[in-house]
Design a protein around this ligand. Sequence first.
Ligand code: URA
Length: 260
Amino acid sequence: MDPARFEHLEPEQGSAIYPMRLQKFLARAGIASRRGSENLMTAGRVKVNGVVVTELGSKVDPLSDVVEVDGLQVKWGAEAVSLILNKPAGFVTTMNDPQGRPCVAELVPTEDHPGLYPVGRLDRATRGLLLFTTDGELGHGLLHPSHHVHKTYLARVSGVPTDSDISALSNGIELDDGMTAPAEVALEETDGQTSLLRLTIHEGRYRQVRRMCGAIHHECLDLQRISFGPLTLENVNEGQWRYLTEKENEALQYAVGKQC
Ligand code: URA
């Protein structure tokens, strides 16, 4: 496996970075829970490219390695399920937090869909649309920079950004990890003390929107993601989830270049 093939993925996208641990692959493919997948491995029931793999740290490339359980090939992305969570603030985007903090796994039906995982991340304090899927290929595609999936955020910031602040954000602004790509930015409203910005970006850098607001010296006080590619928060209240409609599933496949 050539690690250089995975270098384009950004750190924020850790939940989908490839190659991945074999037990994670099995869980995401919907075979069993992570623990159940480990048990399958240690029982010698899992083969990778024809070789039994019992070592729990082993990694696979989901797109090219052939994984079998009990002699049957595991299909990556088969019978996939995707859903939207309207994430409340205060939940960490992880399926298992060793520090025991509230995490998004508590808010989605992991029992029914063991391979479910979040596509990208929202900060603990950020609210709004978080997509989950069991389809690793789809999740991977949506995070790939070449697909330019747009995300729209509403940011409540301190003070009143000027026109030139808005232009700076729109044209690209210097952050400590380099210039941001051009974005769509608009001042939605202000009460003189705080203002609401609408920002549409297609990158996914660590705390990007908060850092963009900080770069124009307007602290981000509240952040909500209201859309992810073709998906919106329609029909899903904060703290709730819902399955994607057929139309939304098709639109997502289209976004990663697959026709249905
Ligand atoms: N930008 C941020 O600053 N935080 C998020 O959670 C998402 C985008």
